[in-house]
Design a binder for this molecule. Sequence first.
Ligand SMILES: Cc1cc2nc3c(=O)[nH]c(=O)nc-3n(C[C@H](O)[C@H](O)[C@H](O)COP(=O)(O)OP(=O)(O)OC[C@H]3O[C@@H](n4cnc5c(N)ncnc54)[C@H](O)[C@@H]3O)c2cc1C
Length: 417
Amino acid sequence: MQSVSHSNISPQAPQEVLIVGAGPAGLGMACALADAGIASCVLEANSLASIEQPAEDGREIALTHKGIAILQALGQWQDLPAAEIAPLRRAHVFNGDSPDHLAFDAEGSGREVLGSLVSNHWLRRVAYQGALKRQGLITIRADSRVCGLEIGAEAASLTLSGGERLTAQLLIAADSRFSNIRRQAGVGAQMRDFGRSVIVCRIKHAQANQGIALECFHYGHTLAILPLNGDCSSLVLTLPADRATAMMAWDEAQFMQWVSSELRGRLGDLEPVGARHLYPLVATYAHRFAAQRLALVGDAAVGMHPVTAHGYNFGLYGLSLLAGLLAEAKKKGQDLGGSAALQRYASEHRRNTWAIYQGTNAVVKLFTDERPAARLLRRGVLQAAQALPPVRAAISAQLTGRQPGLLRQLRSLVGAS
Ligand SMILES: Cc1cc2nc3c(=O)[nH]c(=O)nc-3n(C[C@H](O)[C@H](O)[C@H](O)COP(=O)(O)OP(=O)(O)OC[C@H]3O[C@@H](n4cnc5c(N)ncnc54)[C@H](O)[C@@H]3O)c2cc1C
């Protein structure tokens, strides 16, 4: 594969934009800016090999139609091999020990599917390929850990661990939900540690998944099956952190036997594929998405609990919004670090994400609360959704990224903070 230029940038020559983090959001941001004629330099602490050939990390990302449309506009969707895109046709939700389920599909939405699933390492790969195609306007510097920043009236500066200093009109933090840039810029974040972890891995099964996701809210843990291509699915198991750590030490036979019994024969005989991966569950929401000469994108702005599958979708919505506003500012000859575009980005991205962030946390709270009243409430919520097609349609609309209202209502019912 051809390599992006890694030329050193003179400390005196101001860049238009510096982006910290070459995850999918940082690279996607650079591509969207390049399409608006804005040059950027992406700084990544990890090696170039980790960006060029990202390792499989067990995450299968459910993308909404809006997220897919942004990837298409960036040309990244077209770079995904067809076999790596799995359709999500329906979702079946099971509660506790009940054999009944609540079904969601895309009916009435004018679409055939609720969304699509793509592995995270493939999304990262096509984001890098997108940057390669725009190398006249994108510089990627790997092995470059940012350790300091200074924001002034005229420019923003970053200091790398080796002591080098870089300057630009605007700094964009795409350095994960635990963003150090956010913290160093004095922007706080709401953090919610769920005290739970998620184990993810691929499994092969005897029966076809038919593109149906299974979400089983058992008592004590949640088990989701996300349908992939070729009689394969992704297993997503959420449970208290100590239990998750203990289960990571189980051998394959013990783990698969446990999963089989939890799935109660659904999907037939199971076989593990590849390694299990563990992620602690902490959701974050920055107090502000922009400050003087600074914008936050991706998980650095909003780090979601994965249950409603919005994290990277939000990353895409945010970077597309910000690039559009900066393109307008550039056309008008304005300073890219000036406040008008950044403030608009901050308020619109908040409007697009806040209700779903809070609603998702409310869903997690409701479905992990084992007290009798909460069990009753969750049964009631699912029964109401089953009995009322408009409620089901609203949940489907929310799942496909078309309408956040239902999660807002659920939030007020559960009383999430
Ligand atoms: C189990 C799981 C399932 C998920 N499922 C879904 C889903 O179904 N749908 C969905 O939309 N989202 C999902 N997500 C969320 C999605 O994976 C994230 O939103 C997305 O990967 C975040 O990308 P990012 O680029 O913002 O951050 P990251 O991928 O975390 O990248 C941040 C980058 O910044 C670099 N960096 C950090 N600090 C520095 C520094 N000081 N200097 C230089 N570089 C630095 C890091 O090395 C890293 O490369 C899921 C997440 C998990 C854990």
